[in-house]
Design a protein around this ligand. Structure first.
Ligand code: SF4
Length: 437
């Protein structure tokens, strides 16, 4: 089971970026909904929650029914209400946008209903009749949790293997704390596990402490829900200097403990995606006086969400566009980055080098791929690509690459978890062993 997370954490200073609704606010907002029959908001939701239905239930004071509608489509509806980029999904597709009227705040309404379910201890699902089959799931993040819950509803026994001591995956270790803090993610994981019959083994790293083949022998099916791997590095001189970190690694340290930032007056975050934007916003709140995002392309072409970047700008973040570090320098620790200007095709401009002060650098330029992750589990096909011989990993690799540019990963992984949980369930019912990703 999960180890308790420390009470003293750097992320504790963050407050919610989006405020929760009081009951009367939720009622007013729910009553604005037009309950559209073609509901573009539902089509835009990766988990296809019946949005008008759950909003109608809030409007009629049936909050429990509303929560059930949400969880039936998405068992991780509580965290999705907080972290999902609704501005480019359901809220972005609300018909009110075309009328020049503020769209329905679907995420806040979903949060209202799901928070009530947690506070009041409502539970909606129970495990199915035992089938005698078992599934091993690697990773205790959103995909495995959703898949395990679905498999339990079908009656299959589940064991989750997690290399960390805490559960919840990236929801616990990587979500920006102004969206959701780590303790809330652990609460959600435990709420999902309360269906019963899901054994969680933490501190177990498949491919190191246990061989993948052991799981194949032990279970009727194996689900690989490992997510992405370590932060990618630039590969430039001086990158090994103390003070230079992978963004995902440093965010995890901030979420699960205290981050020492004494003496840091200038921080650089390299990258233009959503992790980079989270990084700059987090460092600002943690009190670093000068935080600069360094992106090799032009501002309009940044892959991160516009609304997130606007919030970072409002918080006082600086930016260096069309620039990239070519070396880091310092005496015993990083003190500056040597950067070069880039042209509109992201090619270095000769003779354009300049220095930028930096006592802290975060690399937010991506993470290792799913193929590399699979290889680390001890799985390679004959060509050494890391693709499992009987899996759909090659398709999943494409999905993961696309998702690196988007925080849709959260909801998509949850949906994939449920869908493939069902796939595993059906395969087991047919008596086939199957390895899923
Ligand atoms: S599109 Fe907007 S108004 Fe229509 S059902 Fe969805 S939330 Fe309600």
């Amino acid at each position: 089971m999960s180890k308790p997370i420390p009470t003293e954490r750097s992320e504790s200073v963050f407050s919610d970026f989006k405020h929760e609704y009081a009951p009367h606010q939720a009622a007013v907002e729910a009553n604005r909904c037009l309950y559209c029959s073609d509901a573009p908001c539902t089509k835009a939701c990766p988990t296809h929650i019946d949005v008008p239905e759950f909003i109608r239930k809030i409007a009629t004071e049936n909050v429990k029914g509303s929560a059930r509608t949400i969880f039936d489509a998405n068992i991780l509806g509580m965290s999705c209400a907080r972290v999902c980029p609704v501005e480019v999904l359901c809220v972005g597709d609300c018909v009110y946008n075309a009328m020049g009227v503020p769209p329905i705040q679907i995420g806040k309404l979903q949060r209202y209903a799901t928070d009530q379910a947690y506070e009041k201890g409502w539970r909606f699902f129970e495990a199915g009749k035992p089938t005698g089959k078992s599934v091993g799931l690697i990773g205790a993040g959103p995909a495995s949790l959703a898949a395990a819950h679905e498999l339990r509803r079908m009656g299959h026994a589940c064991t989750i293997y997690e290399k960390r001591e805490v559960i919840g995956g990236l929801n616990t270790t990587g979500v920006a704390p102004y969206k959701m803090r780590a303790d809330r993610s652990v609460d959600e994981a435990e709420w999902v596990l309360a269906i019963g019959g899901i054994d969680v083994k933490t501190g177990v790293e498949i491919g190191k402490s246990h061989a993948f083949e052991e799981l194949e022998k032990k279970h009727d099916a194996v689900f690989v829900g490992v997510g992405l791997g370590p932060d990618t590095r630039l590969g430039v001189p001086g990158e090994e200097l103390p003070g230079i970190h992978g963004a995902v690694e440093l965010i995890e340290r901030m979420k699960l403990g205290k981050l020492p930032l004494q003496g840091v007056k200038h921080a650089l975050v390299i990258g233009g995606g959503n992790t980079a934007i989270d990084g700059v916003r987090e460092l600002m709140v943690l009190g670093v006086p000068n935080v600069t995002l360094v992106y090799r392309g032009q501002e309009p072409k940044m892959p991160g969400y516009r609304h997130e970047w606007s919030a970072a700008r409002e918080a006082g973040v600086s930016a260096l566009f069309q620039a990239v570090p070519v070396a880091f320098e310092g005496s015993g620790k990083v003190e500056r980055a040597r950067c070069v200007r880039m042209d509109e095709n992201k090619k270095p401009i000769a003779g354009s080098e300049f220095n930028v002060a930096a006592e802290l650098v975060l690399m937010a330029i991506g993470q290792s791929t799913l193929g590399e992750q699979l290889a680390s589990l001890g799985h390679r096909d004959q060509k050494g690509s890391g693709r499992h011989r009987r899996t759909r990993c090659h398709r999943a690799q494409g999905l993961v690459r696309r998702r690196r540019l988007s925080q849709r990963w959260q909801r998509s992984r949850e949906r994939r978890g449920r869908r493939q949980g069902r796939g595993a369930g059906h395969s087991l019912a047919l008596g086939r062993q199957k390895c899923l990703i």
